[in-house]
Design a protein. Structure first.
Length: 260
């Protein structure tokens, strides 16, 4: 899909969002982390959420990921109101979150991490883990996504930040996650590793997923996003189709015109 098609699709009323957040508020005591935020995700798009430190970005995606319940507001998924009460429930609803550090087990190897908690079994009673199948599936998926790792047998703790990130993204694929959330996936990565992760994000979109990505890196945002949503002080202060905006405009929205 080229940019103008994406634009047409995004502004067209014929295409319904797959996920709609309406009037979302999240208060932590007296802190209004989110204050009446509307946020949509369309099929097969990459939407970037940007904003200064403390703007409410992580809080927004944690609400979608089932980590925090909203104080007020409504979540509509595929046209139906839903409550997302836990990360497990989010996953069951087809919402996958890529955590850079938390979700990998350092002392286990690549296939073990690929299938963590969802290991295929063999034998009549299904009590034996099917290691052969795990390795085959891991190799196939890594190849399909163009992820290269030195060896599969290595403990994940020896992989670089970018390799870990690729693994965390790659292992979503076999499970058919449709909405994928990433909170600053390139924050700790160098130029080359960032590029690989961004390519993976584009690949997820190619495969039919929608991706919500938080990033402070304007170059990364403009490189991959179809749409950019700007938060400031817990409010949505702008929403732009990438082809119709500039990094300069987005930065102005982030800091607020009164700050310039
Ligand atoms: N669990 C919590 N308890 C209390 N306050 C919180 C909690 N989580 C977030 N906040 C507050 O809510 C506001 C928004 O935080 P959030 O983490 O969503 O910001 P962010 O946009 O992700 O910022 P950053 O770019 O620094 O990651 C901040 O003022 C933060 O201190
Ligand atoms: Mg954050």
């Amino acid at each position: 899909m080229n940019e103008s098609q994406v634009m047409e699709r995004t502004v067209s009323t014929a295409v319904q969002p797959i996920l709609e957040l309406k009037g979302i508020c999240k208060y932590f005591g007296g802190i209004h982390a989110l204050d009446g935020v509307d946020f949509d995700v369309y099929p097969q798009e990459i939407v970037a959420v940007v904003g200064d430190n403390g703007a409410g970005k992580s809080t927004l995606i944690k609400i979608i990921a089932g980590v925090h319940p909203p104080t007020a507001g409504e979540i509509i998924l595929y046209g139906k109101p839903v409550e997302i009460n836990s990360p497990l429930q989010a996953r069951e609803l087809g919402i996958e979150t890529v955590y850079q550090e938390l979700a990998l087990v350092d002392t286990r190897d690549v296939p073990a991490n690929f299938f963590l908690g969802r290991e295929p079994t063999r034998g009549k009673a299904g009590i034996f883990v099917d290691r052969k199948k795990m390795v085959e599936e891991t190799v196939r998926t890594l190849k399909e996504l163009g992820i290269s790792l030195p060896t599969l047998d290595t403990m994940v703790r020896y992989l670089s930040g970018g390799q870990r990130q690729s693994l965390a993204i790659g292992r979503i694929m076999p499970w058919g996650g449709k909405i994928i959330i990433m909170d600053e996936p390139t924050a700790a990565l160098g130029v080359k590793e960032s590029r690989k992760v961004l390519d993976l994000v584009l690949k997820l979109k190619e495969k039919g997923c929608s991706v919500i990505i938080i990033s402070h890196n304007m170059r990364h945002v403009f490189n991959i996003a179809d749409r950019i949503v700007v938060l400031r002080g817990g409010k949505k202060v702008g929403e732009r189709i990438k082809a119709q905006t500039t990094p300069d405009e987005i930065v102005k929205l982030i800091v607020g015109a009164d700050m310039l």
